[in-house]
Design a protein. Sequence first.
Length: 451
Amino acid sequence: MKAFAIITLGLLLSTVQTFSQKGLEDGSKYGHGEDSIQCLKNLSLYTELVKQDRYDEALPYWETAFNECPLSTRRLYTDGEKIMEHKIKHAENQAEKDKYFDELMNVYDQRMKYFGDHSRYGIPYIKGKKAISMLDYKKDDSEIRKEAYGLLKESVEGDGESTQPAVLGIFMTSTVAMFNDGEIQAEDVVNNYTTIIDLLNAQIENPKMAKYKGTLEDLAGKIEELFGRSGAADCNTLDRIFSPQLDEHKEDLPWLKRVSRLLANEMCEDMDLLYKVSEYQHNIEPSHSSAYGLARMYLKSGDTDRASGYYKEAINLVEDDGQKAKYYYQLGLVNLAGNNFSSARSNALKAIEANPEWGQPYILIGKAYATSASAIGDDEFTHKTAYWAAVDKFIRAKSVDPEVADEANNLINVYVKHFPEEKEIFFQGLEKGGSYTVGGWIGERTTVRSK
């Protein structure tokens, strides 16, 4: 009888334990028996408090649910983020911040463990969120930055075209930061950038993302700008990365466009890669960047007529005013080199119209005036008046664009020495400070000055 009683007691205890297992122990959503009731109770209590933004009061109920029924609901983790972010924000000291930061990281880790197989918000998605939080709170910690960078890379590789735009943006900023820290190479920056831009372009073209198209395009523009300022996209690096890939991509229009755009943005000129990419791209689909590449190619070979034709085609195809100004300016330089002064000025003025705050086109006009001085008028004095007009343009250049001030000042110092002497001005019946119209093709009003 005693043995039977012991056996019966053992079975009873076993039965009770079975019916009071926690979800953590048996892999169920809520556990069983009393524990199931307690789990549901804690979930209900903390959820209601979170809805009211009463995060401090919600914390103990949430912690119990987090620890005892981690499979209950995905919301357990999204709410956990809110609670921990609140605790970090209102922490009284750094030690307390660090404590809740560690707990926030645990929220992500446990979510990956129990909900990592979610079809849309699985492990890659969670890694992206975790990385963003790491950089939000610990961006000054180099080890944290490295870990976050790795998580972002894995997130992008895992989610592909479904990657959250915020993750793509932070991945680019993290990439540039890691490059600046010397942790990754320029090639890594270029490769990450091309991956990010390709994914963003796919999202922009996705009809399901139509309502976000403007936001995505704005993000793509900012990423392009960040990449351009990174210092990683120098011409040698681009050549080293993309030249070996050219043959296999010569009919791959998206690849050709991307490489062509990168080369054009960096003004990579005397490169076989640029010429070949431009030819392949232009054969498939003409664009401003491919036309620019062909213009540079024919300019290098000495065929200025064909080069000028492609510059004009690039100008007609480009929409960005800043890029259009660069094309007009370079066409003006071609004109100047061929002593076609009037066309040089015309294209420089169009560059100014496209980008009024750029000083180089004014310098181009000034050089055209100075170079053509011997053709202005029919005597030594009228030749020299061209230098007045030239210096006017150099002065104008530095007034609109401080970045060209040094070059403009050097040119002013050179050409004021070619001004007429005071006695020459007197013999012409003119007065210093008076108004004068320079003749010939220049035809501009200027001020009488002596050297």
